[in-house]
Design a binder for this molecule. Structure first.
Ligand code: 5GP
Length: 348
């Protein structure tokens, strides 16, 4: 047994220190980024935010809505082949990742879709990116999809980030345990504070000209800003994008002024009992659920929330004097705070 004594940080443990700048207005900053990807040489320009490939948030409607903000959606794995072909053949297909796990069935389904429509963005997603078999899957996916931008994860350490980049991933997805409906830390005791994971993995990936996507744990726009400050090239959101019209969640209505009004929407982890019941007939005897079900407030169209997130990031950029999103990590100094100082609901 070993103990690492270095302090590891989460979003709530830091704030971004303001810096002198000549910027006067949020209009002077640009939240778009252009990336050239390591293995494909392909370029992508947009607002580097991705809706998570969960049942509720990884929907076709979300991909269409976020596409209007030049942002991306990782589709969940459960659409039928025909729906995916139609979607990827159309203009919105450019705004979505096709998600797969490691099973032969996943790869066979992808092959069927690819016969009829281009798949430019691939998300290879497993709960534990440390399994040796996962590296093999990434290598195979790279061989079979030389033109696709491949995002693979999840991991939380520099060594495994490098291994995934070398195996063929353009973007490595970072995060074990920080998700809003994830219970991995409680059930297994395994995890890594998310801000430190992003800092360490971004450093490892960038050294090899790869990119990282910070996945999980953002609860307010300021957390998205901190993730970019820590070096995240992309940020993936589940809970913050749940509860919207574009989601596929069960809506709960209440009687208000004699009318039925939507007040809440179901949201569940993809390793929760709810998800396993839906897709595998229940939780297998050898495993425990590592996710939970919650209700998020109903929040109407996602447009408003996207405006808040982009507004928050723009405002952070004016506070630190960054005109381009890519300058943000260079201009970020985090100050450590106590949980009490970092009162996201307070004034100021
Ligand atoms: P959020 O933005 O809600 O904090 O985090 C979203 C991320 O949580 C997803 O992209 C995914 O990586 C992770 N996640 C989703 N469902 C589960 C689950 O059931 N268990 C665990 N451990 N993580 C989950």
């Amino acid at each position: 047994m070993r103990i690492e004594n270095d302090v590891k940080l989460d979003f709530k443990d830091v704030l971004i220190r303001p810096k002198r700048s000549t910027l006067n207005s949020r209009n002077e900053v640009d939240v778009h980024r252009t990336f050239r990807f390591l293995h494909t040489g392909a370029e992508w320009t947009g607002f580097p935010l991705i809706s998570a490939n969960m049942d509720v948030t990884g929907t076709l409607a979300m991909a269409r809505a976020l596409g209007r903000f030049d942002a991306l959606t990782a589709l969940h794995k459960h659409y039928p082949v025909e729906a995916l072909v139609e979607f990827f053949a159309g203009p919105d297909g450019a705004h979505a990742f096709y998600s797969i796990g490691t099973t032969e069935a996943d790869l066979a389904k992808l092959a069927k879709v690819k016969q009829k429509a281009p798949v430019r963005l691939l998300c290879l997603d497993v709960a534990n990116g440390y399994a040796e078999k996962f590296l093999d899957t990434v290598k195979r996916a790279r061989d079979e999809n030389p033109q696709a931008i491949i995002m693979a994860g999840n991991v939380v350490t520099g060594d495994m980030t490098e291994a995934l980049v070398l195996a063929g991933a353009d973007i490595v997805k970072i995060g074990i345990g920080p998700g809003s409906v994830c219970t991995t830390r409680n059930v297994t005791g395994v995890g890594y504070p998310q801000l430190s994971a992003i800092i360490e993995c971004a450093d490892a990936a960038h050294g090899l000209k790869g990119q990282v996507c910070a996945d999980g744990g953002c609860t307010v726009p300021g957390d998205v800003a901190k993730a970019y400050g820590a070096g995240a090239d992309f940020v993936m959101l589940g809970g913050m994008l749940a509860g919207h019209d574009e989601c596929d969640g069960e809506i709960r209505y209440e009687e208000r002024d004699g009318k039925k009004a939507p007040v809440g929407m179901g949201f569940y982890g993809m390793s929760s009992e709810a998800a396993m019941k839906k897709y595998a007939g229940g939780v297998a005897a050898y495993r425990a659920a590592e996710g939970k079900s919650v209700e998020t407030p109903y929040r109407g169209p996602v447009e408003h929330t996207m405006g808040e997130i982009m507004g928050g990031v723009r405002s952070m950029m004016t506070y630190i004097g960054a005109t381009q999103l890519k300058e943000v990590p260079k201009r970020t100094t985090f100050v450590r705070v106590t949980a009490q100082t970092n009162n996201v609901f307070g004034g100021g």
